[in-house]
Ligand binder design. Structure first.
Ligand code: HEC
Ligand code: HEC
Length: 342
């Protein structure tokens, strides 16, 4: 073991020396024309990348998934669909900042709902990151007592009527658990809400953001919001303790009731830690945090700066951040239970 560790250290040192003393020209040659997958470190690299304009999915599988998403026969009492909890409203960049999440059963569940648009850009699902695979989350929702409280064999019997033609067309087989799960996952992955003003800015149009929004983005990077909220989803990549810079008395603060990631890993250090939220569409998805405890963006930003970064922002700095976050709303025409887009 010791020898192995030593060898690893020598190799690491060799690599460091090679990087330090390789002439720049040779280094860039080594990257090849397309960079060969290596991202050269530069302070100019944006911490956030735009969402793709289109997500290629199989149309027949997606159509089956969409029909299943709104089918209430997943629940034993046939009165609840995925779509009843996860509303898919129309959103657009010129929408006023307000909540558009109006799923019928919102509020009956202990954690605040997330809007499913762009969810597949996160690396972990659920606020505690219980799932790394969408398929596993969907499989488990069926037996979850808070969701459908059903059994897969019963669900397949209840759904079989009505979907055989579509299942055969999309998958070449009858409706099975694997077909249902894959079709639903395909549908969820297709829920892309692209082309927010900020995406257009990242693609090279500086005027897509107002001067104040650009200032807000610079502030977002300067004070360190982007150290956690980064990547395509502006979050969703890892977990962080809520309240890094402020110790809260566990007995007194209702926000500490939910142990978050601890439920998944059982590690003491994960207590009260949550997935860094994606900030995509954040202006239209109030309330905020895992427990929906912040009603407005001003409130959420103030808490974040204070607890996650140890900063007290001035009202005008907070206002700049609100304006910047307003540029993250993408476009989606919305999908109604009867299958039509709004
Ligand atoms: C009773 C309401 C309810 C039903 C029914 C339901 N969900 Fe959810 N779903 C939730 C809640 C609440 C969460 C967030 C849980 C958390 O973060 O811990 C969630 C999380 C998710 C997520 C992950 C969201 C994220 O931000 O990571 C996906 C994807 C999802 N549900 C898809 C589905 C699909 C597909 C169905 C149907 C098979 C379904 N849900 C049925 C309430 C529901
Ligand atoms: C140390 C990591 C970290 C830093 C730094 C950070 N955040 Fe967060 N942010 C999180 C986590 C974790 C959550 C989810 C908390 C929860 O679910 O209760 C979150 C949630 C949010 C939310 C709520 C999103 C929603 O839909 O519920 C907003 C808004 C937000 N952050 C904005 C910011 C801003 C603005 C800054 C800079 C002032 C910032 N964050 C800095 C980790 C961080």
């Amino acid at each position: 073991m010791m020898q192995k560790a030593l060898l690893a250290r020598v190799l690491a040192l060799k690599l460091l020396l090679a990087v330090l003393f390789t002439p720049a020209v040779q280094a860039s040659d080594a990257l090849g024309p397309a960079g060969a997958g290596i991202i050269p470190f530069s302070l100019d690299v944006e911490p956030i990348t735009p969402l793709p304009l289109q997500v290629p999915v199989d149309a027949a599988k997606r159509a089956l998934g969409q029909a299943l998403f709104f089918d209430q026969r997943f629940s034993a009492s046939a009165d609840r669909s995925c779509g009843d909890c996860h509303a898919l409203p129309a959103i657009s960049p010129d929408q006023l900042p307000a909540s558009v999440l109006t799923g019928e059963r919102r509020g009956q569940y202990s954690r605040d709902m997330t809007l499913l648009y762009n969810v597949a850009s996160s690396f972990w699902y659920n606020r505690d990151g219980r799932y790394a695979k969408l398929e596993r989350l969907i499989e488990d929702s069926i037996s979850d007592v808070d969701k459908f409280n059903s059994r897969w064999p019963d669900v397949i019997v209840r759904l079989a009527r009505g979907y055989q033609v579509q299942a055969n067309k999309a998958y070449g087989t009858d409706l099975t658990q694997a077909v249902i799960v894959d079709a639903l996952a395909t549908f969820v992955r297709s829920l892309n809400a692209p082309n927010a003003a900020f995406d257009r800015y990242l693609r090279g149009d500086p005027d897509a953001l107002s001067p104040r929004q650009r200032e807000g983005y610079a502030l977002f990077k300067r004070i360190g919001c982007s150290s956690c909220h980064n990547g395509r989803a502006m979050g969703g990549g890892f977990f962080s303790q809520f309240y890094i810079y402020r110790h809260l008395d566990a007995g007194l603060n209702p926000r500490l009731k939910d142990f978050g990631r601890y439920y998944v890993t059982g590690e003491g250090s994960d207590r009260n830690s949550f997935r860094v939220s994606s900030l995509r569409n954040v202006a239209v998805t109030a309330p905020y945090f895992h427990d929906g405890s912040a009603e407005t963006l001003v409130e959420a930003i103030t808490l974040m700066a204070n607890y996650q970064l140890g900063l007290l922002l001035t009202p005008s700095e907070t206002a700049l951040l609100v304006e910047f976050l307003g540029s993250l709303t993408g476009n989606h025409p919305g999908i109604q239970p009867n299958g039509v887009t709004q």
